[in-house]
Design a binder for this molecule. Structure first.
Ligand code: DC
Length: 229
């Protein structure tokens, strides 16, 4: 069967990774979370003292870039790929607030993006891949056969994150989360290099009022339409 490339872009906390992971499993494709790669570079920068508080020593990070090798291994239990830096498991460490609050600074640096985009394109060379992020349909795979642009209102996304954190037993304020969602939207869509924008040929899905099974069914139908089955 003909393999295609599937790009899923959208704002933070829209549920892109849930959607991408479920589709990849359903159709036997590889799933790559490109945000995890920017998170991994941020973690590496923190571990190697490139940050003083929120201040990043860009030149120090530039020198370290050739030493950062990111890879993924599918975790059979979660159904998601776990992230490794230089063969060391870092999946938990890249999801902390320490990394989350600095990742947009790192993701806006041109040489970081050049390196990550090259790795992402190499991973997708054989097609049969679902990749989610912010610039997958525009920069990484502009020729992807299937492009989805996922949106949901900031309030709904904040509500979902609020519930997620509560379930994990973490303290959270809805107002703070909502403000963080809006700030990240602004940074992601206003940065100079590769800002988040909808590819002209992307299909838009507003999943504000869809359940996960409903959005998965919608996505699978689109996939079948595109591959012509
Ligand atoms: O999807 P996420 O929250 O894990 O992404 C982490 C950060 O990386 C976020 O600030 C957006 C950025 N990112 C990006 O600039 N380009 C991508 N392709 C994926 C993520």
């Amino acid at each position: 069967m003909k393999k295609i490339t599937i790009a899923i872009d959208g704002f933070s906390s829209c549920g892109k990774s849930t959607m991408a992971k479920d589709l990849a499993r359903e159709i036997g494709y590889i799933y790559i979370d490109s945000g995890a790669m920017y998170r991994a570079v941020t973690l590496f920068a923190l571990q190697n003292d490139c940050f003083e508080g929120e201040q990043l020593d860009v030149e120090k990070l530039r020198e370290l870039m050739p030493e950062i090798h990111i890879s993924f291994k599918l975790n059979a239990q979660t159904g998601r790929p776990d992230t490794y830096i230089n063969k060391v498991y870092v999946e938990d460490k890249i999801r902390t607030m320490e990394v989350s609050s600095r990742v947009s600074i790192v993701a806006a640096i041109d040489f970081v993006r050049t390196a990550m985009v090259a790795q992402q394109q190499a991973m997708g060379q054989e097609k049969g891949i679902v990749m989610d992020g912010r610039d997958i349909g525009t920069t990484v795979f502009p020729d992807a056969e299937m492009k989805i642009f996922l949106i949901a209102s900031p309030e709904i996304r904040a509500e979902r994150r609020f519930k997620e954190l509560k379930e994990k037993g973490e303290e959270a304020s809805f107002e703070e989360i909502l403000q963080n969602v809006k700030e990240r939207d602004y940074i992601d869509s206003h940065r100079e290099v590769s800002p988040l924008r909808q590819a002209e040929d992307a299909i838009v899905l507003d999943n504000s009022h869809l359940t996960i099974p409903e959005q998965n069914a919608w996505l699978l139908e689109k996939y079948h339409q595109i591959v012509g089955e």
